[in-house]
Ligand binder design. Structure first.
Ligand code: 5GP
Ligand code: ZN
Length: 118
């Protein structure tokens, strides 16, 4: 078994609150939610980060992004949601199995404005 905690979650070796699963993807509630709804979507196949992806990951990346609005809708995020992919330590990535955060359920602070004025 890989040391990766998200691979362990996919394998069921670490419990998670699953919201979606298919052959390629797994989605679950973040353990430390930063918004009323905070989901992580991951490909089942391990790749560390967006910076480690190449053309062979294009299908999984497409599936991951296209699943976000469907999962958001299932969770009642009718007003919109935010999708974040942190990449590398400098990008704030802490778990090195690529994942998209899906956040919503409240009015979110304008992220780009706060970065630009910092
Ligand atoms: P990153 O900073 O890498 O973009 O985000 C990693 C996210 O994974 C964090 O929001 C953190 O709360 C979440 N996380 C870390 N360990 C676990 C875990 O064991 N279970 C769940 N459900 N979420 C986790
Ligand atoms: Zn992994």
């Amino acid at each position: 078994m890989s040391d990766c905690i998200f691979c362990k979650i996919v394998a069921g070796a670490i419990p998670s609150r699953k919201v979606y699963e298919d052959e390629h993807l797994y989605a679950f509630h973040d353990i430390q939610p930063a918004a009323p709804v905070h989901i992580l979507i991951i490909p089942k196949a391990h790749v560390a980060s967006l910076a480690d992806c190449n053309q062979s990951h294009a299908d999984d990346l497409g599936r991951l992004l296209l699943s976000a609005p469907k999962i958001a809708k299932e969770l009642g995020l009718d007003d919109g949601f935010r999708t974040i992919i942190n990449t590398g330590k400098g990008g704030g990535q802490e778990v090195f199995h690529i994942h998209a955060h899906v956040l919503g359920g409240a009015k979110l602070r304008p992220l780009v404005d706060s970065v630009a004025s910092a």
